[in-house]
Ligand binder design. Structure first.
Ligand SMILES: Nc1ncnc2c1ncn2[C@@H]1O[C@H](COP(=O)(O)OP(=O)(O)O)[C@@H](O)[C@H]1O
Ligand SMILES: [Mg+2]
Length: 268
């Protein structure tokens, strides 16, 4: 399913103060970055939950894969975690905050790369503008980006080898280039939690090696807690801690990545 995104969304509209409150909540209590308790999510107009009775904890600094066949609930899980979809039943805590009440504050510190986004060809924002949007949650709504924000945005673009795309309108870029820009936007945010939904699906073979390597490297260096839905698991296996397999909206495996992959293959 192709999802039309509002390119401007920082998914927050949040202020610097909100970001600091999140920091306080994170440091104050538990080590779990995400705690999901008995969660079911039902889409509007549907009767059947897209995910059901999910219990899952993601500890600080973990890198976790979410695997599973099409329509098993992986995207629904990510969107429920960051509060874009309300849980019909159960509770979700991110950084110790209940997402139902603090969705905007939580999203301020979450880097999210949605699956199958679509950008209008006439979209006027440049690739650099989009990456810079990742900084807005940190900058605050009434502030302007400073030199350090510019530098951070360019640094991430250089890392992903897309600095030459900076002045180009996002709508004129290829699907793979747009996908890298969206990854750069999420990384420029320096998030406490990174949610990646099939982020390599449009990349060429060379980038499919390079981008996972960068995510691995950032995870190792900065310990960024990361949840990633991908089929390209082999490129990321090295640093991954756990593999969670979904089937028909339920978590059916939560194991080491090797075991998760094996069980997924047996299931097929
Ligand atoms: N916007 C929507 N409205 C109604 N049902 C949806 C919507 N998006 C997804 N679903 C349904 O929810 C289930 C899980 O979908 P999804 O989370 O996108 O799976 P996956 O990411 O694993 O492919 C599927 O049955 C899908 O058809
Ligand atoms: Mg999906």
């Amino acid at each position: 399913m192709i999802k039309r995104i509002n390119i401007c969304f920082t998914s927050s509209g949040s202020t610097f103060n909100e970001a600091s409150k999140v920091k306080d909540a994170v440091t104050a209590q538990e080590s779990a970055i995400v705690r999901i308790e008995d969660v079911s999510t039902v889409y509007e107009g549907e009767r059947r939950p897209a995910i059901r009775d999910v219990n899952l904890t993601i500890e600080r600094n973990e890198l976790v894969y979410v695997l599973g066949p099409n329509a098993s609930g992986k995207t629904t899980l990510l969107e429920t975690i960051n509060g874009l979809l309300p849980a019909y039943r159960g509770r979700i805590f991110v950084f110790g905050l209940n997402v139902r009440n603090h969705g905007r504050r939580v999203r301020c510190e979450v880097g999210y790369v949605p699956q199958d986004f679509m950008v209008e060809p006439g979209e006027p924002y440049t690739a650099f503008d989009i990456v810079m949007m990742g900084r807005y949650g940190k900058i605050g709504v009434l502030q302007r980006p400073n030199e350090a924000d510019h530098e951070r945005a360019m640094e991430v673009m250089r890392l992903l080898e897309i600095e030459d795309l900076a002045p180009r309108p996002i709508g004129k870029l290829s699907g793979g280039q747009q996908q890298k820009v969206m990854i750069a936007r999420a990384l420029a945010k320096e998030p406490k939690l990174l949610l990646l939904d099939e982020p390599f699906s449009n990349l060429d073979p060379e980038s499919r090696e390079m981008v996972p390597r960068i995510i691995n490297q950032l995870h190792e260096e900065k310990g960024m807690t990361t949840l990633i839905v991908t089929h390209d698991i082999h490129n990321m296996m090295k640093t991954c801690h756990r593999g969670v397999v979904f089937r028909d909206g339920r978590v059916v495996v939560d194991e080491t990545p090797e075991k998760a992959l094996h069980k997924l293959e047996v299931m097929r």
